[in-house]
Ligand binder design. Sequence first.
Ligand code: GLY
Length: 310
Amino acid sequence: MPAVIVVHGGAWAIPNNLAQDSVNGVKAAAREGMSVLKRGGNAVDAVEGAVRTLENNCVFNAGHGAALNTRGEVELDAIIMDGRTLASGAVSCVKNIANPVSLARAVMEKTVHVMLTGQGANMFAESIGMNTVPTEMLVTQNERKEWEKHKNYVTGVMEDFNSQWAHDTVGAVAVDSAGNVACATSTGGIRNKMVGRVGDSPIIGCGGYADNSSGAVSCTGHGESILKVTLARLILSHIEQGKSVAEASRVSLKYMGDRVQGAGGAISVSPSGQWAATFTTERMAWAAVHNYTLWYGLDPDENLKEPFTY
Ligand code: GLY
C-alpha cells in the first residue's frame, strides 16, 4: 500500500509575515518524512525525520525557535509512539537539546520507561552521548523580543490561540508501506508558561497516540484543553467507532471547543492510508505526501497540491 506522511507546524493565528515560511517549512518536513520512507525507513523513522526538520527550522515553536517561559528559559517537550507495539517515549521540560524528538525516541528504545522529565531527561541525554547545545542557540531574536513584550501569562484560551503572538508545536504522523503507523510531537509550549509547566505534547493520548489497530494522531493547540479531553485518543476512539479520519478529527476538536472552550488542531492517519489535517484556530500550516502528490494548506478549507517526485 502507498505510504503517507502528514505534518503540522502548529495551530494558531499565524501572521502574514510568517505565512510563507511556515508553509515552506511544513512542505520541506513532509518531503523529508517521505524521503525517509522511500529510503526504506519505517513509520517511526519517518515521523522522527520530519519532526527533526521542523525542530531545526526557527519559524516553528520547537527546538530552535522555542517559546520562552516566565524566566525567559527554554523548556522543551516531545513524544514519539510506534503503532506496532504501543511503545512510546517522551521527554518534558528538557533544556539544551536541539532535537527533543530524538531524545524521546531514545527513551522509548533504550529505557524501560515511557517518560523522563527535566534534569533526569538531561542526565539520560548525557549518558547516551547526545549532543547538547547552549540554550541561547535555541532562542531566536524574534522570540526574545516577543517574550519581552508579553511577560504576562495569558489565560484566555481563544484569545491566546487566536492572537498573533502565541505559536504552537510541530508534529508528524505516518503510515508506512507495511501499514504500520507512528506519531511524533514536539514543542516549546506556551510563551510565558510557568517554570515546570507541561502541556499536552509529551503526554501519551493527549499530544499524540499511535496504534496499528486504529491510526496515529499528533495534536496542537491549547495544551490544558487538549489534556482535559485527551484529544489524540478521543480522535482514535471515534475512528474505532467507524467514523472517517476527517470526521473523527472534526467532531473531537468541536467537542474540545464546546466542552472546555479550547482551540487547536490535529493531523491523523489510518493504517489504510486515510488522512486528515483539521483545526479550529484561525490557521494551521500542514502538509502531506500521498500517492506522488504533495498536499498543503494554511487557511481553513485550503487544500493545495503539487506533484511530488522522489
Ligand atoms: N500544545 C502545546 C502546549 O500547549 O504546550
